[in-house]
Write a protein that binds this ligand. Structure first.
Ligand SMILES: NC(=O)c1ccc[n+]([C@@H]2O[C@H](COP(=O)([O-])OP(=O)(O)OC[C@H]3O[C@@H](n4cnc5c(N)ncnc54)[C@H](O)[C@@H]3O)[C@@H](O)[C@H]2O)c1
Length: 310
């Protein structure tokens, strides 16, 4: 059994990871500033340190004595990166370097698995996108996530810290806050359709995304922690399946039995048209060829929304 630090553990993905670690008998410490995360997301057995991942003293205290770190703390919003460029940079890139710097000051370099994003690719020339395709981020968020990957290489090559970066595509599942303006399309659509409300689709609805269920993401995080590589690899965490925004709305309506009430809005500026990843590297090296089907995952989200509303 091991002790892990999960930064951002009170958030959507982090809290599911904490559940899985505790279920397998590990000890979990969480560093989270609760800016978007909730204390109530955490399993009771997790210890919360409320603090900023870009604060060197808070990070040094949080990593003392742990066997590994999952680094998920970030301002996970492309839109917020537009309005608060410097603030998101501080949390997203300075926070990551602060963590690596605290680890290299310890006697023992502990492994770090960190959240990157499909946003590192920008508008790719073709899909599915492989890890070897060029990274041309279009947003501050994507640029900072790419910066995290570059600094992870430094952490690995200069400071001998084993790192693995996971480029998450569109993650969805219970606990993704549908009320947040920065939330994923699935939580917003599920909440609107379940409440028999109208939906807003930007553009023609034919933009496609690669939706991956949070339990598959947790499996990828755990498998990545077991790797302890020397060459700072990065992996797409995706399904390889394209789903259009319109098809997604129809599928949710079908699952709820409600009819679709769609309002169309002009396409959003600089929105990426197609984002679908090639999962081959994760399938072979992390050993995760199976994925939860979209229909099954959506049913879980709808059950969670109905349960929260009850
Ligand atoms: N959800 C997705 O589809 C998706 C896709 C790609 C990448 N990611 C990445 O995965 C990670 C987790 O995302 P999520 O969807 O769970 O988001 P989330 O907002 O639910 O979780 C992020 C957590 O980090 C915490 N946090 C933010 N700034 C912090 C700071 N300065 N110090 C300490 N804690 C801080 C928040 O309070 C929150 O609990 C993030 O790094 C995000 O960029 C998510």
């Amino acid at each position: 059994m091991s002790t892990y630090l999960v930064t951002g553990g009170a958030g959507f993905i982090g809290s599911h990871l904490c559940d899985a670690l505790i279920a397998s008998g590990d000890t979990v410490r969480v560093l989270d500033d609760l800016s978007t995360g909730l204390r109530s997301n955490l399993p009771p057995a997790a210890t919360l340190i409320q603090g900023d991942v870009a604060d060197p003293a808070a990070v040094a205290a949080a990593i003392a004595g742990v066997d590994g770190c999952f680094h998920l703390a970030a301002i996970a919003s492309v839109e917020k990166g537009v309005t608060d460029w410097l603030g998101t940079h501080h949390a997203n890139l300075t926070g990551t370097i602060t963590l690596f710097d605290a680890i290299r000051r310890q006697d023992r370099p502990i492994p770090v698995v960190y959240a990157s994003s499909a946003a590192v690719y920008g508008d790719a020339a073709h899909v599915p996108i492989a890890e070897t395709d060029p990274c041309r981020p279009l947003s501050a968020y994507g640029a900072d996530k790419y910066g995290c990957e570059l600094h992870a290489r430094v952490a690995s090559h200069v400071h001998r810290i084993p790192t693995v970066g996971l480029r998450f595509f569109n993650v969805y599942g219970p606990r993704q806050d549908p009320k947040s303006p920065y939330s994923g399309v699935i939580s917003i659509f599920c909440q609107r359709i379940a409440a028999a409300g109208s939906l807003k689709i930007f553009g023609d609805g034919q933009q496609t995304r690669d939706f991956i269920y949070v339990a598959d993401v947790v499996r990828a995080l755990l498998a990545a922690m077991a790797l302890r590589p020397a060459d700072a690899p990065v992996f797409n965490v995706c399904t390889g399946t394209a789903t259009s925004v319109e098809a997604l709305a129809r599928l949710i309506a079908d699952l709820t039995g409600h009819s679709l009430d769609v309002e169309t809005a002009p396409p959003r500026a600089a929105e990426i048209r197609h984002s679908v990843g090639a999962p081959n590297l994760a399938n072979s090296i992390l050993g995760l060829p199976q994925r939860v089907k979209l229909r099954t995952g959506l049913a879980d989200v709808l059950a969670w929304i109905n349960g929260s509303a009850a």
